[in-house]
Design a protein around this ligand. Structure first.
Ligand SMILES: Nc1nc2c(ncn2[C@@H]2O[C@H](COP(=O)(O)OP(=O)(O)OP(=O)(O)O)[C@@H](O)[C@H]2O)c(=O)[nH]1
Ligand SMILES: [Mg+2]
Length: 205
């Protein structure tokens, strides 16, 4: 099992052009504001305060890079769907995220976070449909599952999958997580490890 030994904040950027140019594989964490992206990153890294967490939505506003074990990056992205900002600002954020996702060649996978405590949100579905159309590789990460019992969890999962099946024949890979309880850490890190191996394998051959 992969464990992260070293995690380091590298920098905050506002466009893809500014991002590191050393061609290491990277994994982006994306989802609605407040879904738990920064918390999940801390959980994966076994750190308390690596990424800034807040109970107010809209905390992360830039593309934040973390270098992991000197060989790959985690990218904390600003959340989408946050209503309480100006139209202009929201537009700028959308362009920043969109530009990043479309242009970033070293993006190995977008981890799309879905809060399992709320009913399926159209904005999440639309975002995944867009990634599908753009052929951006992504997986689903259900968050905050410590806040419910197993039967509610299964019910919510079923609802979300039913909604996805309206658009997708086959669903992407899923991870069930809780940053509070460290649920899903091993599964996600093993998955990233596999992708890293593929990435470096392809480059060397
Ligand atoms: N119970 C519970 N709360 C969580 C979990 N993950 C995050 N939270 C809480 O959810 C709130 C938002 O967490 P963040 O990690 O800042 O969310 P974010 O997606 O990075 O938010 P933005 O940067 O604003 O887009 C905080 O109050 C966290 O403590 C979890 O697994 N369980
Ligand atoms: Mg955040």
């Amino acid at each position: 099992m992969l464990k992260i030994k070293e995690s380091m904040f590298v920098g905050s950027f506002v466009s893809e052009r500014q991002c590191p140019g050393d061609r290491k594989p990277e994994y982006a964490f994306i989802g609605r504001s407040n879904v738990g992206k920064s918390s999940l990153i801390n959980m994966l890294c076994g750190r308390r305060d690596l990424a800034k967490v807040s109970n107010k939505p809209g905390k992360t506003q830039t593309l934040n890079y973390y270098l992991i074990d000197k060989s790959w990056y985690i990218v904390d992205l600003p959340g989408y769907g946050y209503a309480k900002i100006s139209k202009k600002k929201r537009y700028e954020w959308e362009k920043m995220i969109e530009g990043y996702m479309l242009k970033r060649q070293t993006l190995g996978c977008a981890f799309t976070l879905i809060d399992l405590n709320v009913p399926p949100q159209q904005i999440d579905i639309e975002f995944m449909n867009w990634m599908g159309k753009m052929r951006i590789p992504f997986v689903i990460v259900y968050t905050k599952t410590d806040k419910m019992g197993i039967s509610k969890r299964n019910k919510q999962l079923q609802m979300f999958r039913d909604e996805m099946h309206k658009y997708w024949n086959e669903l992407p890979q899923e991870f069930i997580t809780s940053s509070e309880k460290k649920t899903g850490q091993e599964e996600i890190l093993d998955f990233i490890n596999e992708l890293n191996t593929q990435f470096y394998g392809t480059i060397q051959s």
